[in-house]
Design a protein around this ligand. Structure first.
Ligand code: AHM
Ligand code: MG
Length: 336
């Protein structure tokens, strides 16, 4: 049977679903950049890429060398093709302007170049998360710089989202708003090959993911919910739950897309001005789009994440996503 590469899948999407050619090109360029990041990550100590870069990002987090390198790979791959009006990254303070020597296009690319980067030095899975928005046409100008406002669109406006996971296998998970497809990198061919045709998140689950060390900082609804999970068969939920926490959102979400589960990064009391750790534009929105497209759900505890109107590029949100029944339960506890 002939293998369906990412290129073939995208061309067939163009024919059957009128996916615009420039969006197809954009996804191919992002996938190519992810292959390069995968290659760099896999070199580890041999490539001299481990450790910190002695710089901080806008959130005051110490950047790893691979955070910086992955960011550069994505920028360089995407700036010249004429498909983008601008880019925004977790690792950059401001929106990235397409250099004047290149034409501008209709889309905006938003990414977390290397998610879970605290795991790099211990050789645990990390990944790249990306989201694609249409640039409002009145914001595209060949001469003026792009305003941050152009990016501040709710997650429902995403036209594509995906992530690459750099684990035992490198995989690319992609949604164009018509289900979720999984591609595995064939290193001999150098191509992503379709291996997971219709990814679905089971509605119910007995597995959850949360950083338990923050328990004393959580709000009451999350404390109540996790207490019930831990009570197992003797508790009100009447079943035993298992827990996993990789501290790499890409890897935790990938597990949920593979066998179900619930991922939580709630708001906590450590830094009252920061509602949670994860970023709406770079992490929560693309992952919520993917999880919803796979039949799961995603909320910030109160509302659907994809409905949140962003107010700034680096905004943070609490995240509850995965198997629908459990997301609805913990959301209900917040509303009660
Ligand atoms: P990063 O984008 O700087 O890597 O941070 C995001 C990561 C997520 O991948 C993961 O879910 C979370 O941070 C883990 O946080 P903690 O170290 O508090 O458990
Ligand atoms: Mg991240």
């Amino acid at each position: 049977m002939s293998r369906v590469t990412l290129s073939r899948y995208l061309i067939e999407q163009t024919r059957s679903h009128n996916t615009p050619a420039d969006l197809r090109f954009l996804i191919e360029v992002v996938a190519r950049a992810c292959k390069e990041i995968s290659h760099q990550v896999s070199k580890g100590a041999l490539g001299g890429v481990l450790g910190s870069a002695d710089t901080e990002n806008v959130q005051g987090e110490v950047q790893k060398k691979l955070d910086v390198l992955s960011n550069e790979i994505l920028l360089e791959a995407n700036e010249w093709g004429g498909h983008l009006a601008g880019m925004a990254s977790e690792e950059m303070d401001n929106a990235y302007q397409i250099p004047g020597k290149y034409p501008k296009g209709a889309y905006l690319l938003v990414f977390d170049p290397l998610d879970g980067s605290s795991n790099i030095d211990v050789n645990v899975s990390v990944g790249t998360i990306f989201s694609v928005l249409r640039c409002p046409s009145d914001e595209i100008s060949q001469n003026d710089s792009l305003r941050e406002n152009a990016f501040l669109q709710p997650g429902t406006k995403q036209v594509a989202a995906g992530y690459a996971i750099y684990g035992p296998q490198t995989m690319l998970l992609l949604t164009l708003g018509d289900g979720v497809k999984g591609f595995t990198l064939d290193r001999e061919l150098g191509s992503f090959v379709l291996t997971h045709d219709d990814i679905r998140v089971p509605e119910s689950t007995a597995e959850f993911a949360i950083n338990m060390s923050n328990q004393r900082h959580w709000e009451a609804p999350v404390k109540r919910y996790v207490d019930e999970l831990l009570a197992g068969e003797e508790g009100p939920l009447g079943k035993n739950y298992n827990m996993r926490w990789i501290a790499s959102m890409v890897a935790d979400v990938h597990r949920i897309l593979t066998r179900g589960g619930l991922f939580m990064y709630p708001r906590d009391g450590r830094e009252p001005d920061k509602p949670g750790k994860l970023r709406l534009m770079y992490e929560a929105n693309p992952m919520s789009f993917i999880v919803e497209q796979a039949g799961g759900a995603a909320t910030d505890g109160v509302q659907r994440i994809l409905d949140i109107q962003p107010t700034s590029l680096h905004q943070r949100v609490p995240v509850f996503l995965g198997s629908r029944e459990e997301v609805e339960r913990v959301t209900g506890y917040h509303k009660a």
